[in-house]
Design a protein around this ligand. Structure first.
Ligand SMILES: [Zn+2]
Length: 141
């Protein structure tokens, strides 16, 4: 994971993260791995509800903002609000991209690209392994 000076409200040791997450979730959320396209749980998942951070349970995205970008990963045009997401410039793999992380626990979520639909024009390309779906019937905090 690229370095960040930020201190997140949720701090856990590497051992604690390994314990909490399954191996794929751990690799994605804590080591910025990317799941293979069309292999995750949520790229073709259209139930209404919300998607939470796999690391800390923070509500990140709503089903209302999810759209089919045809890329094989869950895609959203906006997070629930701008505070839940941290944006970090990522220069790995010879590209300059904007990484998105959970602002509460620092888990890697995916990347944001400027080619999404209106009203934001943004496309949040998120790994299924970094999020947990909760159907609408759940009471919202
Ligand atoms: Zn989190």
């Amino acid at each position: 994971m690229s370095s960040s000076d930020k201190t997140y409200p949720v701090q856990k040791t590497d051992a604690e993260w390994r314990e909490q997450l399954d191996p794929m979730q751990y690799q994605v959320a804590r080591h910025a791995a990317t799941e293979r396209a069309f292999t995750g749980k949520y790229w073709d998942h259209w139930q209404s509800g919300e998607y939470k951070c796999v690391g800390c349970g923070t509500r990140l995205f709503e089903a209302d903002t999810k759209f089919d970008a045809g890329c094989g990963w869950p895609s959203y045009w906006a997070p629930v609000n701008s505070e839940v997401i941290e944006r970090v410039v990522d220069k790995s793999h010879g590209m300059v991209r904007v990484e998105v992380r959970c602002n509460n626990c620092g888990s890697h979520l995916g990347h944001v690209f400027p080619d999404g639909p209106q009203p934001t024009g943004e496309r949040f390309c998120i790994n299924s392994a970094a999020i947990d779906f909760a159907p609408d019937s759940d009471s919202k905090p």
